[in-house]
Design a protein around this ligand. Structure first.
Ligand code: BGC
Length: 437
């Protein structure tokens, strides 16, 4: 549960973070004198909370802002830095508890249900019906956007999480001639990179980054069924099985290929190491592609996108979405409806996802302008949906309730950061965390 009553306790900390958030918050920019006046006077200011602050992310969200401004609404950016969104969620809770929610907030996965059960989210059915969302969305996505059969969130995209990014020039320099498809092949390639004096794995230092790698490893080592049993169903037998121990061993081995400066590093700075030929590989969802794209890099030429070792037949998905908070003012409600319609509209679905590295969530979109990585993602999304290889990402809030997710992420990061912790203790602490209600 979101536990609103207990939230007051964290309010002090949260308001500090809100202050950080405000640093990023840009007031609606005044129209510079020579620029043409907007066609329509602003109808309403729409305040949108999100955590898209890296280069590629900021370019993407700017498109949503532009579309809303074209519709005559003023955009109030409520960006809370911190990849993965943990900071953003803390700040959001404090705003809602204070009775001052933003018009819209980036909320994903089972957390949508939790927020809706608190009675604070607006019903988006009217827009959804008018815009045909039921026929335009894969059922697996539509279900997550609904609470008690009513739409309460608008989906933005589909990110694939189980990607491995590689710098082509670094692989050439190290004599790695083919992209590793299994974990043993990966370690052989990583050894060559190390020998060439370069960093094999670019890694950052937050628990969601550790977990992004960890879920790749669990999937690659154990396969889709094991991933489902252990990580989604949180089955105690799977969580304490030898396969989980093997996953932790593999996970620990990856750490020996990272550089000592990784703790505390943001994910996009790790991506920059790959872009700048300092490191060979990064395990990260395809928002990393937004960084490559923003740096003018071309897939296949400058960098390679490949499924993380052992995971080519599976697809861990992460769907970004916006929920709207109940607001009394009719113009504010109109702005929310316009925002929801814009998010699912063809124009936004194309331009946003081209910048963001993800693929459109809206079905039957023309993929002509998308690159080969996005095309592969799109084909694999459809194919794995048929074979049962479509899996929710735990690291990105798609699979389990926030309390258990947070506890498991912490347990995995403790193991990652403490080389002295035995694998058996790591297994036990993850299993214990999974029981958190
Ligand atoms: C979000 C992405 C975002 C990434 C890094 C993920 O959880 O779904 O949209 O780019 O975190 O901040």
């Amino acid at each position: 549960m979101l536990n609103f009553s207990k939230l007051a306790i964290v309010l002090a900390a949260a308001s500090m973070m809100a202050a950080c958030g405000k640093k990023e918050e840009a007031a609606p920019a005044p129209t510079p004198a020579p620029a043409p006046a907007p066609a329509v006077a602003p109808q309403s200011t729409v305040e949108v909370l999100h955590w898209w602050t890296s280069g590629g992310e900021a370019k993407s969200v700017a498109e949503l802002k532009r579309i809303m401004q074209d519709k005559g609404h003023a955009w109030k950016d409520f960006a809370v830095a911190g990849g993965g969104g943990d900071n953003a969620m803390t700040v959001l809770k404090s705003r809602v508890v204070a009775g001052n929610p933003p018009a819209a907030a980036q909320i994903k996965g089972p957390a949508i249900q939790e927020w809706a059960s608190e009675g604070v989210l607006a019903n988006l059915d009217e827009t959804a019906k008018a815009e045909n969302w039921d026929t335009l969305l894969p059922t697996v996505v539509a279900d997550v956007m609904k609470y008690n059969g009513n739409y309460v969130a608008a989906p933005v995209n589909v990110h694939r999480v189980n990607w491995m990014w590689a710098n082509k020039a670094v692989l050439d320099k190290a004599g790695v001639t083919s992209v590793p498809k299994t974990w043993p092949e990966f370690f052989a390639a990583a050894d060559k990179v190390k020998k060439a004096g370069l960093i094999a794995v670019a890694h950052g230092g937050q628990n969601w980054q550790d977990f992004t790698t960890f879920e790749d490893v669990v999937l690659g080592v154990g396969g889709s069924k094991f991933y489902q049993d252990a990580m989604v169903k949180l089955d105690a037998k799977a969580l304490t099985s030898p396969t989980m121990a093997k996953s932790l061993e593999t996970f620990r081995k990856i750490k020996s290929y990272t550089d000592p400066a990784s703790p505390g590093r943001d994910w996009n700075l790790a991506t920059a190491m790959v872009i700048q030929e300092k490191a060979a590989f990064q395990f990260m969802g395809d928002w990393a592609k937004g960084e490559f794209a923003a740096a003018g890099k071309v897939p296949g030429t400058d960098y390679i996108c490949a499924a993380a070792p052992g995971t080519a037949n599976a697809y861990t998905f992460n769907v970004d979405s916006f929920a709207m908070f109940k607001l009394k003012d009719a113009t504010a409600q109109k702005a929310q409806a316009d925002l929801a319609a814009a998010i699912m509209g063809v124009e936004f679905q194309e331009v946003f996802n081209l910048n963001k590295g993800s693929i459109p969530v809206r079905l039957n979109m023309d993929m002509a302008k998308f690159d080969d990585c996005a095309k592969l993602s799109s084909t694999d999304f459809v194919a794995t949906a048929k074979t049962g290889g479509l899996l929710p990402s735990i690291a990105h809030g798609m699979a389990i309730k926030p309390a258990a997710e947070g506890a498991i992420k912490d347990a995995v990061s403790q193991f990652w950061n403490n080389d002295k912790m035995s694998v058996a203790d790591g297994v036990a602490s993850i299993a214990k965390a999974a029981a958190t209600k």
